[in-house]
Design a binder for this molecule. Sequence first.
Ligand SMILES: Cc1ncc(COP(=O)(O)O)c(C=O)c1O
Length: 367
Amino acid sequence: MIPMVDLKKNYIDIKTEVINEIAEVMEGAQFILGKKSRALEEQIREFLGVSNALSVASGTDALHIALRALEIGHGDEVITTPFTFFATAEAIVYVGAKPVFVDIQEDTLNINPSLIEDKITEKTKAILPVHIFGHPADMIEIMSIANKYNLKVVEDCAQSFGACIGDKRAGSFGDAGCFSFYPTKNLGGYGDGGMVVFNDEALYESLKKLRNHGSLGGYIHEMIGYNSRLDEMQAAVLLVKMRRINRYNEQRRNCASIYNQLLKDIPVSCPIEKEGALHVYHQYTIRSKHRDLIKERLNAQGIASVVYYPIPLHLQVAMSYLGYKSGDLPVAESLSRQVLSLPIYPELEREDIYKICRVIIETINSL
Ligand SMILES: Cc1ncc(COP(=O)(O)O)c(C=O)c1O
């Protein structure tokens, strides 16, 4: 059996440190908004090269709270990608705004900047790009459009911890970068967690209040906020993984390069890395018209694979009130029928990648 990720294998490797960190939390008996989450915020702030980082309870909350802090709400439109996890659009709806979907680039699967300007109206307030599967969206183009039209930019970095364009990290380009620490993410805890990073000092107080019931303390509430704090146990686990994040991302990149090499001679599209971009391979996603057959053959050999994402967001039932129909975003629709994500995680063995690729090559050659 080859799983998509093997969190147990990872745990065995870091067990002693994790147990010690968690024991420190229990002995200190400060379980919410204590020194572990503050230390994590400080380390992530420095790692990403931003002025501020505030931890929250999940990646979804990070998006939701960032949009609220930027005062995006009822009647506003937010431009985003249809090819992402549902939470991206959910957060836009939570604040009362309308998601406006723009089709994606065939090669990176990220929002296509050349199609954005056409969708800008006087109601447009923000662009919400996602660095899907760990490849950064084209932030240079996106920021130049945002500056031209005076729009806010919120980066969904749930899948891209450590990704870069040049020497700048994903999450440091826009008004806010939103991270998820869901257990399977490149930097994942042992439960839910998230972080908002940003440079504008003016956002600091409102984000701090929003995550804690609209209060900076003392039972004085200046706005309606949320209960959205990263607990100290999660922060403790994340600190252990943060010490190794560069190695983990390097190991993922190494797995991807073995896949690329083994699959290069068959008619299957492998993920690309654009010039100047650093891909952190949260997923290794191939594309083939024979996707379903490949998936079936892998499954028969005990190899996991997952279709991220089978239905683009504009065609999801929950979004039907927006009035999109099949054919509106043809690239996302066509790719959702071809994509298949293969196992990738830092501890994945070279021999397992050989086995996976052998099944794919045999499937293609049998056609
Ligand atoms: C692209 C994307 N955005 C948002 C989220 C939401 O993050 P969370 O599960 O931490 O709420 C996820 C992951 O789950 C994601 O992959």
